[in-house]
Ligand binder design. Structure first.
Ligand code: SAM
Length: 225
């Protein structure tokens, strides 16, 4: 069979913070049990500090979410790694992200899969993430401004969906846009509280099952739904 088409991977010219990044992956991510080599490699490679320009590089690689403006955050590195791992991604997958924020999670996904569509409800964040990802050289990420509750039917079905804001319930449009055999990871629960990180699996026969993976704390999924 023909070799798999690898997604385009931009070349980054800075290795300035490689030690911080290596330590981040070793201590925060591998050290807590994330073992998917594709996820680890993406997190070792991607210059996370460029996605968190409001804080120092040391903080950007720290074990916490960080502010990105507009009351929003770039998620903790471990959370990004764990949510990516549980999706069990393949090189040809098309993935939907709801909650672009800085664009960091989208770039991690784009290092691993063929195509990423990401939706952000705050226009300024959507614009700055799109500009950042374009400038970094990603050509397999589409950033959309809108309410991600409704997903993006024009590019459905998706092999995987990741929601990075806390919803009160699992949005039916997102379940509908998941391909049979696909996986979605989504924090569900009360805004401002601890939520359940759910893994929603759509099986080959169309049956949907849900499993609670962990307790998490995310900013709320907003919008008019
Ligand atoms: N994934 C992001 C990253 O890597 O930087 C972090 C996401 S931040 C924790 C959650 C984001 O979801 C915020 O930028 C917020 O504006 C966005 N958001 C909230 N509700 C949304 C909605 N209904 N549709 C799309 N984005 C939404």
């Amino acid at each position: 069979s023909p070799p798999e088409q690898a997604p385009p991977r931009p070349a980054f010219d800075d290795d300035e913070f490689v030690e911080l990044r290596t330590a981040m992956v070793r201590d925060q991510i591998e050290g807590r049990g994330v073992a998917d080599e594709a996820v680890l490699a993406a997190m070792r490679r991607l210059p996370r500090h460029r996605f968190a320009p409001m804080v120092s590089a040391r903080s950007a690689y720290g074990d916490k979410p960080q502010p990105i403006g507009h009351g929003q955050t770039i998620s903790q590195p471990y959370t990004v790694a764990y949510m990516t791992e549980v999706l069990e991604l393949g090189a040809d997958d098309r993935v939907l992200e709801v909650g672009t924020g800085s664009g960091y999670q989208a770039a991690i996904l784009a290092e691993i899969v063929g195509e990423v569509v990401t939706i952000e409800i705050i226009r300024e964040l959507a614009d700055s993430a799109a500009e950042r990802l374009q400038r970094m050289g990603y050509r397999n990420i589409t950033v959309l401004h809108g309410d991600g509750y409704h997903g993006y039917a024009a590019r459905a079905p998706f092999d995987a969906i990741v929601v990075t804001a806390a919803a009160s319930h699992t949005p039916p449009p997102l379940v509908a846009q998941l391909r049979p055999g696909g996986r979605m990871v989504i924090p569900v629960g009360r805004a401002g509280w601890i939520q359940n990180l759910l893994l929603v699996e759509k099986h080959a026969d169309g049956e949907v099952s849900t499993r609670n993976l962990a307790s998490v704390r995310f900013v709320p999924l907003t919008g008019g739904h």
